[in-house]
Design a protein around this ligand. Structure first.
Ligand SMILES: *Cc1c(COP(=O)(O)O)cnc(C)c1O
Length: 405
């Protein structure tokens, strides 16, 4: 399918280009030292990850350890309550550890092992990426250093405990505001020091090239499975595909399976409390072009041009930018980006739980809320949503903040 001069038949051969660009977005805006490290990863990726040995090992792990393929569930009761549109969810909540993040962590740490590295390094905010990476590191017997701000360590005690039980070192970052931004800087500094023995594992389709491409490729299993399963279940493709967008990894994984199909694709960003800067994290909807954390994308900036403060009820979505490929697909118009508020999300969280027996992650509930809205406007057809994770982690917070419904 050709869309605005981009041929999606051959899209993955050309995007990103050799230098990691999706159109004008992406690239690698980093120190010379880190450039060497990235070049090493880039070369390893293109040799190791294309080898039958690597691919077969990753397939075996996905089946025997992660429990893939994850199913698609038809939400019959919810669909009937809304009208004639049929809603479906891809169940990444049933992937081991309860979310999609393990898909790229297993790929990244397997690559580290093939490269002969001894350690993996990352930062974490809410702790979800840290837990997924600590899980992968435990599986492969690798050392694992997770950088985390003092403030987040205090807020995310259960995830800190999980990481420690899994054998990771949680490295406390005390300077500045002691949250995610400082943790990112500290983790990158550690990587620049240790890259001979270690590899940095990014948590989404973000950061300098080759990470946005690598993480997309590792997550593409979501879209590949979903497309085949949906065809098998219904004999057709869905009319619309929906996923929530924080950094953008579960959505890129899902979307990559459908870019070349006559399917409407929707990326859902968190509107939080409203449209004022600081009240949301809808970077693609309200942001402008800019460089942060080593790549060019669309971002939310404060008056000095620095990354703006962001907010969402979903801590996995409150990042002031999104991956460069999303910025590209946004400008191209191939994916439509739209927003869902905290209140709509919490409604969807309870509705899906009550009507279908699935408690969604509060991030994923954004996609469900949007799919429910679409169902009302479409009148007929089918919508496939990515249920990126399960909601056990969010229950206490939702009840405390919004009350039991
Ligand atoms: C981290 C997380 C997200 C957001 O990350 P993406 O890279 O945008 O996918 C969404 N859902 C869940 C369950 C998460 O843990």
């Amino acid at each position: 399918m050709i869309f605005n001069n981009v041929d999606f038949e051959t899209y993955f051969k050309h995007y990103p280009d050799q230098n990691g660009y999706f159109g004008k977005y992406g690239g690698a805006y980093i120190s010379d030292e880190l450039k060497n490290a990235m070049r090493e990863i880039d070369e390893a990726y293109f040799t190791i990850c294309k080898s039958a040995k690597f691919i077969n090992e990753l397939r075996r792990i996905r089946r025997d350890f992660q429990g893939r393929p994850t199913p698609i569930t038809h939400l019959e009761r919810l669909s009937n309550s809304l009208g004639n549109v049929q809603l479906y969810v891809k169940r990444e909540d049933l992937n081991h550890t309860g979310a999609h993040k393990l898909n790229h962590c297993m790929g990244e740490v397997l690559l580290a092992k093939f490269m002969g590295k001894k350690k993996v390094i990352a930062e974490t905010g809410a702790g979800q990426h840290g837990v997924a990476l600590a899980t992968a590191a435990a599986y492969f017997g690798m050392e694992c250093d997770i950088y985390m701000g003092t403030v987040d360590i205090a807020k995310q005690a259960p995830n800190v405990a999980r990481m420690k039980i899994l054998g990771a070192n949680v490295v406390e970052v005390t300077h500045g505001l002691a949250t995610l931004k400082e943790a990112v800087d500290a983790a990158f500094e550690a990587y620049a020091r240790e890259y001979k023995d270690a590899i940095y594992c990014i948590g989404s389709v973000l950061g300098p090239h080759p990470f946005p491409m690598m993480v997309r490729d590792f997550q593409s299993i979501v879209g590949i499975e979903a497309r085949a399963q949906f065809l098998e279940m219904t004999g057709e493709l869905p009319d619309a595909v929906v996923a929530c967008v924080g950094g953008g990894s579960n959505s890129m994984g899902m979307f990559s399976g459908f870019l070349n199909d006559p399917v409407d694709i929707y990326g859902v960003e968190p509107l939080g409390r409203g449209t004022a800067l600081g009240d949301h994290a809808a970077s693609l909807t309200y942001g402008t072009e800019g460089i942060m954390h080593g790549f060019n994308s669309i971002m939310l900036k404060d008056e000095n041009g620095d990354p703006a403060p962001v907010y969402s009820v979903a801590s996995g979505l409150d990042y002031p930018s999104s991956g460069p490929e999303h910025a590209f697909l946004h400008d191209l118009g191939r994916v439509k980006y739209d927003v869902i508020s905290d209140d709509e999300t919490v409604d969807a969280f309870y509705t899906l739980s009550r009507m279908e027996g699935i408690i969604p992650a509060i991030e994923s509930a954004h996609a469900v809320a949007y799919g429910m809205k679409l169902a009302k406007t479409m009148g007929r057809g089918s919508v496939l949503m990515c249920l990126s994770g399960r909601g056990d982690k969010d229950m206490d917070f939702i009840i405390e903040q919004y009350g039991m419904r």
